[in-house]
Design a binder for this molecule. Structure first.
Ligand SMILES: CC(C)(COP(=O)(O)OP(=O)(O)OC[C@H]1O[C@@H](n2cnc3c(N)ncnc32)[C@H](O)[C@@H]1OP(=O)(O)O)[C@@H](O)C(=O)NCCC(=O)NCCS
Length: 135
């Protein structure tokens, strides 16, 4: 969690200007069902993070997907998403939702997510709801 939050702080707070008090929430602090993943480079250094939490029976919400800027574009984000989807499948979840920053919708489309609603503003950033089946 310490490493995941450190990456998210660099990416969301320092790079994107999200207020620090909005970045860490109850799914990081106290949610026993939330699942967090961390990607490491060959030297063992944490370079990416992501999470999901449970929203309703059999359904998860993926979020806080972050890869350090110098490491982007080499498949780390896709591997993080894959790990979250595999873990959710193993635990019996059948549907995943997320709120994609609009610049990242293509990244999620490539992982099988489809547009699922109108764009919205969250933490000062435009987002698009997207979903996919897991089963
Ligand atoms: C979005 C993010 C997690 C993607 O991570 P990444 O490691 O760069 O992504 P990958 O290298 O695994 O990309 C997987 C595929 O998506 C594509 N892709 C990745 N980011 C993209 C983007 N912004 N626009 C279009 N395509 C993109 C890649 O080209 C690649 O396609 P390919 O399989 O055809 O080669 C990363 O850019 C990031 O941390 N951004 C800042 C934080 C952020 O905005 N997070 C998303 C919050 S919703």
């Amino acid at each position: 969690m310490r490493e995941a939050c450190a990456i998210r702080t660099v990416v969301f707070v320092h790079e994107q200007g999200v207020p620090p008090e909005e970045e860490i929430d109850e799914h990081d602090r106290t949610d026993p069902e939330a699942v967090h993943v961390v990607a490491r480079d060959a030297a063992g250094r944490a370079v990416g993070a992501g999470r999901y939490y449970v929203t309703e029976p059999f359904t998860i919400q993926i979020g806080r997907m972050a890869v350090l800027a110098p490491e982007r574009g080499s498949g780390i984000g896709a591997a993080l998403l894959d790990a979250l989807v595999s873990e959710a499948r193993k635990r019996g979840f059948v549907k995943a939702h997320l709120h994609a920053q609009t610049h990242a919708t293509e990244f999620y489309r490539k992982a099988g997510f489809y547009d699922d609603g109108a764009e919205m503003w969250d933490a000062g950033i435009r987002h698009r709801p997207m979903s996919r089946k897991l089963a």
